[in-house]
Write a protein that binds this ligand. Structure first.
Ligand code: PGA
Length: 253
């Protein structure tokens, strides 16, 4: 049985006090949500402060990015050890903004995914097609290429541990959410693909989140789909109320 997960990707938003207030607000009320894994992913400079706010609560800490090398002369980068040191358990890897704005390739995402797993952290590996790719009927091929590239060289056991997030790029921050049928089609394909490449048991254990304009009023329908195991939430994760409302919808689905 896959545990439902709702992760908030705060992106490059908030300041120190707003980050602390949001984290504290979520931690204080996390008990209301019940059986859902809650994760917050603040900007890296606020990880340490947020870790203190959520200590002792059921909210887990995640990072938005990492570098694959363990340490050394990599100015501006952050290692998995540093993330472990401040209490992270999850790392978002290969978010579409990193792929399309910062130029990350499947190869980069793959190196990071290996590093994250080696540090006993859980990667949330993001994949998703552009609008032009969807319109050209290439969605399935793009997802396959990203999954094969990003997850190359992992064992079936590692596949069972990691989290995949399907985030159609055209739905991120646009208010244009994928319909449950559109999302479901890709989630079903993703699980099938993992089953073919690894095995049914591992593929059945991988959590596959949907992301892209998830809001309290569309979460329940999306999360009711059998292969959608939770949500990666951007804009709506910046308010305690909306984040917890999505988590509540996830629990009921
Ligand atoms: P959004 O972002 O919910 O604001 O569309 C989702 C994401 O980028 O993870």
């Amino acid at each position: 049985m896959r545990r439902v997960m709702v992760a908030g990707n705060w992106k490059m938003n908030l300041d120190r006090s707003a980050a602390a207030a949001l984290a504290q607000g979520i931690a204080d009320r996390a008990g209301e949500v019940g059986d859902v894994d809650l994760v917050v992913c603040p900007p890296s400079v606020y990880l340490d402060g947020v870790a203190r706010c959520i200590e002792g609560s059921k909210v887990a800490l995640g990072a938005q990015n990492v570098y694959h090398e363990p340490d050394g002369a990599f100015t501006g980068e952050i290692s998995t050890r540093m993330l472990v040191d401040v209490g992270c358990r999850y790392v978002i890897v290969g978010h579409s903004e990193r792929r399309h704005i910062l130029g990350e390739t499947d190869e980069d995402v793959n190196r990071k995914t290996h590093a994250v797993l080696a540090a006993d952290l859980t990667p949330i590996v993001c994949v998703g097609e552009l609008l032009s790719e969807r319109e050209a009927g290439q969605t399935a091929a793009v997802i396959r290429r990203q999954v094969e590239g990003s997850l190359a060289g992992l064992s079936a056991d590692q596949i069972a541990e990691l989290v995949v997030a399907y985030e159609p790029v055209w739905a991120i921050g646009t208010g244009k959410v994928a319909t449950p049928a559109q999302a479901s089609e890709v989630h079903d394909d993703l699980r099938k693909l993992l089953g073919e490449r690894y095995n049914a048991t591992s593929a059945g254990a991988t959590r596959i989140l949907y992301g892209g304009s998830v809001k309290p009023d569309n979460a329940a329908e999306l999360l009711a789909q059998p292969n959608i195991d939770g949500a990666l939430v951007g804009g709506a994760s910046l308010k305690v109320e909306s984040f917890l409302a999505i988590a509540a919808a996830a629990r009921e689905s």
